[in-house]
Design a protein. Sequence first.
Length: 105
Amino acid sequence: MLRIIIAIAVMTAATMLTRFFPFIIFSKKEPPKWMLSGAKLIPGAVMMVLVVTSLPHNLAIRIPETWIPFAGVASVTILHLIFKHPLVSIFGGTTIYMLLLNFFG
């Protein structure tokens, strides 16, 4: 039991250190421009990795498990181009995806 408590304490300290480290380093000076420009790219890169890894690799269009995720991505894209509001895109695309999955999947 003591080992579990020590492991949890070490993991907590490591997590807190990684979270607080940038604030400690840049508390008195500005971060470099390359770091700020890189930080602006991270959310889009993470979303792209999530989309690419979640889509099926089998491209047999006749199988619903293949075309339903692509239809979900297309619906999110279309809703975002029309409404330009992230919550509408996310909730609308999720609703369309779930309806397609329940009716055709």
